[in-house]
Design a protein around this ligand. Structure first.
Ligand code: SF4
Ligand code: SF4
Length: 62
């Protein structure tokens, strides 16, 4: 299956803004790396709220 939510961990600062705004609650901060990760991306609405919220452009929706 193709990826839907692409997160560039080299850019992510772990600010958590995308986590708080995701209406599907599928984004979270990994406790070990402090980076954003996605759980069940098949639930993604593809509206890109996280993309617009991320201050460092670390997220892309395909
Ligand atoms: S596009 Fe929307 S539903 Fe999908 S991960 Fe981003 S904020 Fe969540
Ligand atoms: S908004 Fe961007 S920088 Fe902040 S946790 Fe999400 S992906 Fe990382």
């Amino acid at each position: 299956m193709n990826k839907i939510v692409l997160i560039d961990e080299s850019l992510c600062t772990g600010c958590g803004k995308c986590v708080g705004m995701c209406p599907q609650r599928i984004l979270y901060l990994d406790k070990e790396t402090g980076k954003c990760k996605v759980t069940d991306e098949t639930k993604c609405d593809r509206l890109g709220g996280c993309v617009w919220t991320c201050p460092v452009n670390a997220i892309k929706i395909t």
